[in-house]
Design a protein around this ligand. Sequence first.
Ligand SMILES: NC(=O)c1ccc[n+]([C@@H]2O[C@H](COP(=O)([O-])OP(=O)(O)OC[C@H]3O[C@@H](n4cnc5c(N)ncnc54)[C@H](OP(=O)(O)O)[C@@H]3O)[C@@H](O)[C@H]2O)c1
Length: 260
Amino acid sequence: MKPVVLITGASSGIGAALAKVFAAHGHEVALVARRQDRLEALAGEIAATGRPRPTLITVDLERRDGASAIAAGLSSLGLEPAIVVNNAGFGLRGAAAALSCDEQLAMIDLNVRALTELSLMFVDSLARHRGGILNVASLAAFLPGPGMAVYYASKAYVLSFSEALHRELSERGVRVTALCPGPVPTEFQARAGLSLPAAARMLELSAERVAQIGYDAFMAGKRVVIAGIGNRIVVSLMHLVPHALLLRLVDQTRAAGAEK
Ligand SMILES: NC(=O)c1ccc[n+]([C@@H]2O[C@H](COP(=O)([O-])OP(=O)(O)OC[C@H]3O[C@@H](n4cnc5c(N)ncnc54)[C@H](OP(=O)(O)O)[C@@H]3O)[C@@H](O)[C@H]2O)c1
């Protein structure tokens, strides 16, 4: 079977940038998202640089059969993942008790369940190709997030799961890296109902920069990478601030970032 880099959420933002970075470094990529037209446009862009045309798999990963549909699609083409990049995800702003419970459960299905299934289902082929898993977490993984409670909790899961998997799979030569971006201007904010407050804008990095940081860290076998020096400082400071104060600060920052 031919090895590919499987990238979820490749139709926009960080995922599209990761697809370009992996392709530019000579990897053949298989791109997953729901919007076929966006994937086609990106595949055209990558092919125009002289790289192999990406394989496209249109799947809704909130569905229970999403991951197995990807496995079936790849295997029917004689492909298997050497690297899995679990990037697809979304957030929702608002008090958890006020937001739709179904939508928040769908977020868990995507951010947590699909990521877990795709991390575990290809381990044999990742080991065969001495590849690994790059999971996109967030700065949100490091603290609870009043005003985006389920999203923050989902990213805490991604970070914790990825770090443990990094240790468990190291014996098999499988690398696992958690990429933790801070604010990145993508379609994420519109879907979540957020606009970035001025303070957060100072920490902003482009999707391209974050993708390159994630790629480099993964290739270097790092367990966790926080994108950008500003964001690394923020995480260090979080450990110094009392938890109750931190929760209040997050809540106030979130309120300042609410869409008017
Ligand atoms: N932007 C930020 O500030 C930021 C910060 C930290 C972490 N992150 C994380 O970075 C990752 C990428 O986000 P982004 O900022 O690049 O956002 P984005 O531009 O909204 O991209 C999200 C991607 O996920 C895909 N996706 C969403 N729902 C899906 C579903 N049900 N099935 C399959 N694919 C689905 C979308 O494609 P379709 O709609 O075509 O399906 C899209 O390609 C997410 O995990 C996010 O939590 C983002």
